[in-house]
Design a protein around this ligand. Sequence first.
Ligand code: NAP
Length: 280
Amino acid sequence: MASPAQGQGGTTSSSTQTQTLPFPLPLQDRVAIVTGSSRGIGRQIALHLSSLGARLVLNYSSSNSSPADSLAAQINATSASSALPQAIVVRADISDPTQVRHLFDSAENAFNLPVHILVNSAGTLDPKQPSIADTSDESFDHVFAVNARGAFLCAREAANRLKRGGGGRIILLSSSQVAALRPGFGAYTASKAAVEAMTKILAKELKGTGITANCVAPGPIATELFFSSRTEEQVQKLIEESPMQRLGETKDVAPLVGFLASDAGEWVNGQVIRVNGGYV
Ligand SMILES: NC(=O)c1ccc[n+]([C@@H]2O[C@H](COP(=O)([O-])OP(=O)(O)OC[C@H]3O[C@@H](n4cnc5c(N)ncnc54)[C@H](OP(=O)(O)O)[C@@H]3O)[C@@H](O)[C@H]2O)c1
């Protein structure tokens, strides 16, 4: 996995970056948009990409800006001195094309640097775990609007606007449910299956751009989304089932995203990578 110790050699060309590092960080001078980064997996991914040198566009959609604002403050407090911030916050609902365009506009304008990386971590599910027979129209439409349409809108914008010629990365969060196919997650799993299919096609369509497109598909990860949809008994059962005898944590996912985002990850393209401790 990419780490700050695995620099690429040479010197950084941007006047906005610290010039004294003997080796630039793997994602130095690269802008990364991470949707759904106010909490959970997206938050940890944003922190990890920041530790690799990326400038971050943090995104969320609700009326509560505090979690994203405090994450930006945390990242900016630890960043090297610079005229520009290391992280900005942009509120945008990824299921709305106008707001997704605004998200990318903000990223392009914030740092005077090209946008290299999109990580789409924003996602939702119906916490009631309805069977397909019991899934309401509204529940299905909401899950597909955020997970499938949202991923499509972000991927489309990224395909048109990410930096060409190397280092362009589209990383979409799917789910190991697409392989596990557990009852109670029909709409959610179908929405993520759509994302996986789209990603494999997108990677081929981006031929010649140097932009890769991949899915990262976690198993159970201890986040708000996970706990909102499981009883204590179900959580214990998942822990017992796991070859690692524990739930995944957000830090189990972020390093893989960091690797895919780095130059070292270029040869991984059009893939779905399940990261679940052996869950499926
Ligand atoms: N946790 C797991 O076990 C697990 C397993 C497999 C896959 N995943 C996938 O991993 C991703 C992250 O999950 P998580 O567990 O970290 O979820 P989480 O803790 O619920 O966080 C979801 C994030 O997405 C944002 N968000 C929700 N709807 C949005 C929208 N329409 N537009 C923009 N942002 C939106 C939320 O902020 P606001 O509420 O402010 O909008 C929040 O920042 C999801 O795609 C999920 O399907 C999770």
